[in-house]
Write a protein that binds this ligand. Structure first.
Ligand SMILES: *Cc1c(COP(=O)(O)O)cnc(C)c1O
Length: 394
């Protein structure tokens, strides 16, 4: 494996471990355990004197390939693959905190991430402050002597706000806190949080990395020292490990990640431009457009737009439902990052548990709709939207 390979090459070849059979495609090692030639060999493995696997909850060959390939892409020293994105987020946060510590998090978080910060962490005596993460001054104000973790997602779900990752990392470094970035919406291709100064990156591999709607997965990436000191034991003993079958599915998915994300982004950008011209659409939020409220930060930290588009219909919930129901190619689903274009109405699905006030703070109105662009033909998608919009009463 070469460190100088560009992403498209890393994602096809990075981390490959070939067996004695020289298979072309990565092998799936569906095994729970491993055998040792001698008692002495087992003893040495357990002492860490020899390399090799011990038990699939700790690590296994197919998972190892997935972790190494993700490290190559992200520019991270080490990683752990988890059963889902939420297992990755929960592990990344809890493994480094103890009772009395404090988290500062941007309030615009994926619903379950917000639950981990607001509901789960306090049960173990971990305090938190939720802020509007767009303004760096809010991060600074929220710091207490107990602050150990800054947690954010950028762009955010569903309204695609962005947070200045380098700015947050600078503040965190001043107080010795660690920045955890949930980089799902940006994808590992368009944003490199570690290069921007973040300490830990997490993904739901369920999204673009699988990209074909098949399995759940997650990954936590960081430097070797942080993983050794924080995640290593937590991961071994609490058991959020990914199934080797899913690791294999994700390894195959990741080979085509750049091709899919390129087509998805192109579709998203064209649909965003089309929607912005429509009289029934009040506003379009797309990180690739010049009219994005934080276009300057996007230019600084992202190398591509997004596969997601948020937009607001003038006719509120009724218009949003009518549009979704009239779409033919685009399917109604709360998932994202898929080859298939998917659309959702956040106020009644992904963000239904928030109060009206909390939704308003996040910019989610009754007319807000989130599109995850797939890899279909661009013109077919635009025709689908044009036809569906014509059925929405003004
Ligand atoms: C989907 C998602 C998660 C959770 O991932 P799962 O694989 O569903 O557990 C976390 N953060 C973001 C931003 C997501 O989109």
């Amino acid at each position: 494996m070469s460190k100088t390979w560009r992403p498209a090459t890393q994602l096809v070849h990075g981390g490959t471990l070939r067996s004695q059979y020289g298979e072309t495609s990565e092998a799936i090692y569906l095994t729970q355990g491993f055998v040792y030639d001698t008692s002495e060999a087992a003893e040495a493995r357990f002492k860490g004197e020899t390399d090799g696997f011990i038990y699939a909850r700790y690590g296994s060959p197919t998972n190892d390939m997935f972790e190494k390939r993700m490290c190559a892409l992200e520019g991270a020293e080490d990683a752990r693959a988890t059963a889902s994105g939420m297992a990755a987020v929960t592990a990344a946060i809890l493994c480094q905190l103890k009772s009395g510590d404090h988290i500062v998090a941007a309030r615009a978080l994926f619903g379950s991430c917000r639950w981990v910060v607001e509901t789960l962490a306090p049960k173990y005596g971990i305090d938190f402050t939720l802020i509007d993460g767009r303004d760096l001054a809010n991060w600074e104000k929220a710091i207490t002597p107990k602050t150990k973790v800054f947690f954010l997602e950028s762009p955010t779900n569903p309204t695609l706000e962005v947070i200045d990752i380098a700015g947050v990392a600078k503040l965190a470094n001043q107080v010795g806190a660690k920045v955890v970035v949930d980089n799902v919406f940006a994808t590992p291709l368009f944003q490199k949080p570690l290069e921007l100064g973040a300490h830990i990156v997490v993904y739901s591999a369920t999204k673009h990395i699988d990209g074909q709607g098949r399995c759940l997965g997650g990954v936590v990436l960081s430097d070797k020292e942080w993983i050794d000191e924080n995640l290593h034991d937590y991961f071994r003993h609490t058991g959020p490990a990914m199934s080797p079958f899913n690791a294999w599915t994700l390894l195959k998915g990741i080979e085509t990640l750049p091709l899919r994300v390129k087509q998805q982004t192109q579709n998203a950008a064209k649909i965003a431009d089309f929607l912005a011209e429509q009289g029934k659409v009040a506003k379009v939020i797309y990180p690739g457009r010049k009219d994005h409220p934080q276009a300057d930060i996007i230019a600084k930290q992202m190398t591509g737009g997004s596969t997601l588009v948020a937009f607001e219909l003038k006719g509120g919930k009724e218009a949003a439902f009518a549009l979704q129901n009239a779409l033919d190619i685009v399917k109604i689903s709360n998932n994202l990052g898929d080859s298939k274009s998917l659309i959702t109405h956040p106020a009644t699905t992904t963000h239904k548990n928030l109060t009206d006030e909390a939704r308003a703070e996040l910019g989610i109105s009754p007319g807000t709709v989130r599109l995850s662009a797939g890899i279909e033909d661009t013109d077919d998608l635009i025709e689908d939207f044009a036809r569906a919009l014509s059925k929405v009463s003004a």
